[in-house]
Design a protein around this ligand. Structure first.
Ligand code: R5P
Length: 315
């Protein structure tokens, strides 16, 4: 199998791509992805990819536009070098929150990204916990949206008390929260969130009972930390135990998020390495690797035994 496919990456998360390649048992392909003095992206793929299936691992994490352009340029280079099929492995899919128009004269940027990926030559997309599953419909090519709920649940089991309740911070995460609750054999509480701006959210209602319980707040991503902070404030106001655990697939963790997430009553934060993380000075940030999980998906896709098995991981 090793000769028939290649794994490449850009600069978004080389550590994850290396771990995936190690797990699959192939060397990471040799590709130079650099910046020209004017900021343009330059790509040179040094290994031949003719007639190979190529898996390009690149999260479109901040700086989102740079990483997206790197991904598009690598895909274009592979297509021009006669790759057989090109798989865009995008553990964190940026622009996914722009999946609909909230008002007039706004773009649907997730659709634009889907068009760009297909125009560049992508044959298949693999992603994890896509913010909105309907984004799959923006593509004419197969999209496998896997979920990290099981691996995060397994990682947290020992940390959680028997009376833990899973909290969905908004209605959009209810399905994910229900999946966590099933894995952890507990129940779900729903918060209703309204968002005034990209950085300002308010919780208006709580459905369920959190009195005296340990709360596990789950989300697909933590960006500024605003959603989590508002959720935690509401939970405490409604009588939850002042000890909250947080889990999110994608730790975007912009400036300021760390200060919010290390303040009591938040105790532990679990994220995956879909985005590169730095845990120095934050011992209670637990980073769970999706590398074995992605390696498994790549192995199955490359060997053509994919579909029924991948379905197990789908959101
Ligand atoms: C929104 O619907 C998402 O699922 C997240 O809740 C949100 O994007 C997190 O962003 P922030 O951390 O900035 O509140």
């Amino acid at each position: 199998m090793a000769g028939s496919f290649a794994i490449l990456c850009g600069n978004a998360n080389r550590a994850l791509a290396t771990a995936v390649a190690d797990n699959v048992g192939v060397p990471l392909g040799d590709a130079v992805v650099e910046r020209f003095p004017d900021g343009e992206v330059g790509v040179e793929i040094r290994d031949p990819v003719r007639d190979k299936d190529v898996f390009v691992i690149q999260s479109t994490a901040p700086p989102v536009n740079d990483h997206l352009m790197e991904l598009l340029a690598i895909i274009d280079a592979c297509r021009r070098a006669s790759a057989a099929r090109i798989f865009a492995v995008i553990p964190y899919f940026g622009y996914a929150r722009s999946d609909k128009r909230h008002g007039r004269r706004e773009p649907i940027s997730a659709r634009l990204v889907a068009d760009l990926l297909q125009t560049a030559g992508t044959d298949h997309v693999i992603t994890i916990d896509l913010h909105a599953s309907q984004i799959e419909g923006f593509f004419r090519i197969p999209v496998d949206s896997l979920t990290a709920v099981s691996i995060l649940s397994d990682a947290m089991k020992r940390r959680l008390a028997a009376d833990t309740v899973v909290v969905s911070p908004d209605v959009g995460r209810l399905k994910m929260a229900t999946d966590y609750a099933q894995n952890l054999n507990t129940s779900v509480v729903l918060l209703h969130k309204t968002r005034e701006t990209g950085a300002e959210a308010h919780v208006t209602h709580l459905v369920g009972d959190v009195r005296g319980r340990l709360c596990l707040v789950v989300d697909d991503m933590i960006s500024t930390g605003g959603t989590i902070t508002k959720a935690v404030d509401k939970l405490v106001e409604m009588g939850a135990r002042p000890e909250v655990v947080v889990a999110a697939t994608h730790g975007v963790l912009l400036g300021g998020a760390r200060a919010k997430l290390t303040a009591p009553p938040i105790s532990d934060v679990f994220v995956t390495d879909s985005i590169e993380q730095h845990t120095e000075g934050w011992p209670r940030l637990h980073v769970i690797s999706v590398a074995p999980f992605l390696a498994d998906a790549i192995r199955r896709l490359a060997s053509g035994t994919v579909h029924s098995e991948l379905a197990v991981h789908r959101t």
